[in-house]
Design a protein around this ligand. Structure first.
Ligand SMILES: Nc1ncnc2c1ncn2[C@@H]1O[C@H](COP(=O)(O)OP(=O)(O)O)[C@@H](O)[C@H]1O
Ligand code: SF4
Ligand SMILES: [Mg+2]
Length: 338
């Protein structure tokens, strides 16, 4: 109890997403990519966002950074409240996405890394020049100081011989090293939030594990918050404190990582867990998830998971379930917990 109270007292909300709705307006109709999503990102915590491909994870991230291909895709309602560490409060949904304020948030406060490092790295400049430029854009330091900082972050992400490697072009590095260089660039400005969208999905398992361990170590050292997006519950188990499970643009379950793995409540989370090889459960038979994610143009009424749900009831195909707090801090949107 005493420990819990202390944790509550020091928990510090950096970002609060409330009832976020992001939609795409296409020739075939409207895609509700994010459909009423709420969650918070807290200082020093890793929140994992998990779900099958197409469930709205990346669009959630791009909404927060206002990097959507507007006006085709845009935030139609909800708020994204950011509490900058240097004070103040700002609703990101209300900003002009090209404004200096939004650019400052993107570069300085909330950094993002992608599955494909070449999304962030420019092939025609050396890795060092790109990190130095990012540092000088957001911090008032001379070039020598920025260079020292660039070498320091490359060293922190385990790039060997950073004094020399800083002069290399991205194509001279391996895939794993490019991924590390992108993480270094993101860290170089001491962001308070790092959004990592499938950061290691393209890498082989050994390199992936190494990079994740390194990210976790740096996250603790920097006291940074990470929003980690992945379709891989194994990565969540290794990295996250809190887990949010998404299905077709909606949150279906949220809990602490231990609680979610030991006591998954939503039928979708349960099948997701059975479909993924987990440490310690290697001998167990994996069960693929039956059926497929419904087309965003043709969503079933009620619970979107109903057509695939082994426990579906009458009400499920009529009405979307509200969110219940089944256990303290454990939220689930499913009629089974009414
Ligand atoms: N540029 C776009 N135009 C139309 N629909 C899009 C676009 N980008 C994403 N979507 C749709 O938004 C939904 C969420 O996509 P996304 O967030 O990329 O999923 P994921 O969870 O795999 O990251 C999907 O139905 C996807 O088809
Ligand atoms: S609301 Fe019904 S269909 Fe949806 S997950 Fe729960 S039991 Fe299954
Ligand atoms: Mg994605």
């Amino acid at each position: 109890m005493a420990v819990e109270q202390r944790e509550l007292a020091v928990s510090e909300v950096l970002l609060e997403v409330k009832d976020l709705r992001t939609q795409f307006f296409t020739e075939q109709g409207v895609v509700k990519a994010v459909d009423g999503l709420s969650f918070t990102i807290e200082k020093g915590k890793v929140i994992g966002i998990v779900g099958e491909s197409g469930c709205g994870k990346s669009i959630t991230a791009l909404s927060i950074l206002r990097l959507l291909p507007e006006p085709r895709g845009k935030i139609v309602s909800g708020t994204i409240t950011f509490y900058p560490p240097d004070g103040g409060i700002v609703d990101i949904t209300k900003l002009d996405r090209h404004s200096p304020e939004m650019r400052r948030i993107r570069g300085r406060h909330i950094a993002m890394i992608f599955q494909e490092p070449m999304t962030s790295l420019n092939p025609v400049y050396t890795v060092g020049d790109q990190i130095i430029e990012a540092i000088q854009l957001h911090q008032n330091v001379d070039k020598d100081t920025a260079k020292k900082r660039a070498i320091e972050v490359l060293n922190q992400v385990d790039i060997p011989d950073p004094e020399r490697r800083i002069n290399e072009y991205p194509h001279q590095m391996s895939g794993g090293q490019r991924q590390r260089a992108m993480i270094a660039m993101a860290l170089s400005c001491y962001p308070s939030i790092l959004i990592a969208d499938e950061p290691t999905t393209a890498l082989d398992v050994t390199i992936q594990a190494k990079i994740l361990r390194n990210m976790r170590k740096l996250q603790r050292e920097y006291g940074m918050a990470i929003m980690l997006i992945t379709h891989d519950l194994g990565v969540i188990g290794q990295m996250a404190d809190e887990v949010l499970v998404m299905y077709v643009g909606r949150k279906v379950e949220q809990a602490g990582v231990r609680e979610l793995f030991l006591n998954p409540l939503h039928p979708y989370t349960q099948v997701l867990l059975k479909s993924i090889p987990l440490i310690g459960l290697r001998g167990k038979k994996l069960v693929p998830i039956a059926g497929s994610v419904p087309s965003p143009y043709n969503l079933p009424p009620g619970c979107y998971f109903a057509p695939r749900c082994p426990q579906a009831m009458d009400i499920c195909s009529r009405e979307a379930p509200p969110e219940y707090e089944a256990e303290p801090g454990h939220f689930v949107s499913c009629w089974l917990y009414k």
